[in-house]
Design a protein around this ligand. Structure first.
Ligand SMILES: *[C@@H]1O[C@H](CO)[C@@H](O)[C@H](O)[C@H]1NC(C)=O
Ligand SMILES: *[C@@H]1O[C@H](CO)[C@@H](O)[C@H](O)[C@H]1NC(C)=O
Ligand SMILES: *[C@@H]1O[C@H](CO)[C@@H](O)[C@H](O)[C@H]1NC(C)=O
Ligand SMILES: *[C@@H]1O[C@H](CO)[C@@H](O)[C@H](O)[C@H]1NC(C)=O
Ligand SMILES: *[C@@H]1O[C@H](CO)[C@@H](O)[C@H](O)[C@H]1NC(C)=O
Ligand SMILES: *[C@@H]1O[C@H](CO)[C@@H](O)[C@H](O)[C@H]1NC(C)=O
Ligand SMILES: *[C@@H]1O[C@H](CO)[C@@H](O)[C@H](O)[C@H]1NC(C)=O
Ligand SMILES: *[C@@H]1O[C@H](CO)[C@@H](O)[C@H](O)[C@H]1NC(C)=O
Length: 489
């Protein structure tokens, strides 16, 4: 892949690509990154030098936006450098930010190193061949009434977005200190105890992004899901951090940090997530419909519902796919604010449409296959490995509807060490209309936290067993002792 990203070698802190052999699915994405960040020995650094000159005159009044020009000796390209300062004093920086991106979002390095930039309205920006170096924080306002009315529509599950980045060949670099402060506390209090409250916007959406890297980028107290990649191709999330903690409420209330997902993928291909740290109350990572060729490596999830395949097949008559996914080196823990509800969780909707998304729906079809999960460590997780083919979030509908036809197959789970809080270690509740098949467990050791119901230690409903699949101890059918996914017995 040829990438004309001439500015990237100029970054002070180059991204070091990981060895390719640990990734299968992400090889394309990763090699692209490797090219972008390959050292160019012959490259002098006139851009940085120029920048220092532009910044150096201490007596001059400091403009909010400084634009200078740089020159890459390597490619003879003209490149802009834009240095945007915050207005300070609590003033709104949204217009300056959006206008800066309009002027500088092409062939440029945009530097934002004030501590805080106040964002009061939804942002949509486009970057081409550019690097956003943000060592400060974009602090989103928490005027709930305003955001519910004005956030962008995602067009999936009726969800909303606070910030959209599109374009190609770009890097969002949080420089280890920057990123987004979602001011999520107001949202957590607003939505306490209720899932998918309408209008909560996701913090950062890549939409239609090609060859994009999000690195060293933190999201503190996301309003809703922190990251989502939509309709994107070849995207790398490297060394990102998401932390959704609540400063109010009792433990049980904090446990309802729901919908604070870490990174979700939707209709995206070739996505790498590596060295990711998450704390929160929902999916650490989730693969939504049409997530293909995904590599996840070295991830720590603290609290919440673990790594989710789905939910999927929520839309009646729509075909959804999850395919070619590799997970390696995953650690999952409970937090002091939230249980560890699931570890690795596969979830597809009931077989008919009941209610509407986000909390209702069903009747979709499709498949998830070619998944490899290896080297997982879990501590105090309620349901370490779980699959349901009868999902609905409408409490009153649980257990009333036939399971769906979404096909789960070719899933290998290898080298797992886990402790669970309860009796259940493995719970695969597949559909009679589309039994799971080619599921292989190897060297999976889960120590239950309770042993009063050994018969449900491993439950496999409608799983077609194959020789040597590691599921010999899995009871074929009688999981009725456990009412639904909420059961932790
Ligand atoms: C399964 O996925 C891996 C990457 O994770 C890929 O290399 C391989 O080609 C896929 N296999 C099939 C049969 O598609
Ligand atoms: C993240 O930023 C820190 C500090 O600037 C730097 O040392 C580190 O190499 C960066 N990591 C990546 C992956 O860029
Ligand atoms: C998340 O933030 C809380 C509060 O600042 C902190 O106690 C906790 O250690 C953080 N979690 C991680 C995984 O860094
Ligand atoms: C795993 O990710 C964490 C968090 O970014 C990082 O500190 C650690 O060095 C990574 N480990 C490896 C082996 O890359
Ligand atoms: C997913 O891809 C399939 C084709 O494989 C397509 O028919 C379907 O509409 C896509 N689903 C979504 C949600 O875009
Ligand atoms: C799962 O393991 C089997 C047996 O070792 C192997 O043939 C298959 O390719 C593996 N599938 C994946 C997705 O890793
Ligand atoms: C459950 O499995 C047992 C054997 O393990 C069998 O006797 C019983 O008929 C099965 N029940 C159902 C509902 O399939
Ligand atoms: C499930 O099966 C086990 C072993 O066959 C049996 O001891 C237990 O009573 C059964 N439970 C139910 C609810 O049928």
């Amino acid at each position: 892949m040829k990438l004309p990203l001439t500015l990237l070698p100029l970054l002070a802190t180059p991204l070091v690509a990981k060895p390719l052999d640990i990734f299968d699915a992400g090889a394309v994405a990763l090699s692209a990154v490797e090219q972008w960040f390959a050292p160019h020995d012959d490259l002098v650094d006139p851009v940085r030098t120029h920048l220092l000159v532009a910044d150096g005159d201490e007596d001059a009044p400091v403009p909010e936006l400084t634009i200078s020009q740089g020159f890459s000796a390597h490619h003879n390209d003209l490149a802009g450098i834009c240095n945007l300062r915050a207005r300070g004093g609590g003033a709104d920086d949204t217009d300056n930010f959006v206008n800066t991106m309009k002027r500088c979002g092409k062939n440029s390095l945009i530097i934002m190193n004030s501590p805080v930039y106040n964002i009061r309205r939804p942002i949509k920006i486009r970057l081409e061949n550019s690097v956003l170096s943000l060592s400060g924080r974009l602090k989103f306002s928490d005027d709930i009434e305003y955001w519910v009315k004005n956030a962008f529509d995602l067009g999936f599950q009726n969800q909303k977005l606070a910030m959209i980045v599109s374009g190609s060949n770009f890097v969002l670099n949080g420089e280890d200190s920057g990123g987004i402060d979602g001011s999520g506390q107001a949202w957590y209090d607003y939505a306490r105890g209720v899932g998918n409250v309408h209008g909560r916007p996701m913090s950062l959406a890549l939409i239609g992004a090609r060859n994009a890297v999000v690195t060293n980028w933190s999201i503190w107290q996301p309003q809703f899901w922190a990251h989502i990649a939509v309709d994107s191709d070849n995207v790398v999330y490297e060394s990102c951090y998401v932390n959704a903690t609540s400063t109010s409420g009792t433990f049980e209330e904090k446990s309802w940090l729901q919908n604070t997902d870490g990174i979700d993928t939707y209709r995206s291909n070739d996505v790498v997530i590596s060295n990711f740290v998450y704390q929160g109350g929902d999916d650490c990572i989730a693969f939504k419909p049409n997530s293909t060729n995904i590599a996840v490596h070295n991830v720590t999830c603290v609290g919440g519902t673990g790594i989710a395949f789905g939910s999927i097949a929520q839309y009646d008559g729509v075909k959804d796919v999850i395919e070619n996914v590799v997970l390696r080196d995953i650690k999952l823990y409970a937090s002091d604010q939230c249980r560890g509800y699931q570890g690795v969780y596969f979830k597809s909707w009931i077989g008919e449409e009941v209610g509407h998304p986000p909390n209702g729906g069903g009747g979709g079809y499709g498949y998830c296959r070619n998944v490899s999960v290896k080297d997982v460590y879990m501590e105090d997780i309620d349901r370490p490995i779980a699959l349901t083919a009868g999902l609905t979030y409408l409490d009153e509908e649980h257990g009333k509807h036939k399971y769906g036809t979404f096909e789960w197959s070719h899933i290998n789970i290898t080298r797992v060490r886990a402790t669970s809080t309860a009796n259940r270690a493995v719970w695969l509740d597949c559909s009679p209309d589309q039994p799971c098949h080619d599921i292989r467990f190897k060297d999976v050791v889960v120590t239950p936290g309770k042993t009063d119901h050994p018969e449900i230690h491993q439950v496999c409903n409608y799983v077609m067993h194959s020789d040597d699949d590691g599921l010999e101890g899995c009871k074929p059918n009688n999981s009725t002792l456990e009412s639904d996914t909420g059961g932790t017995m």
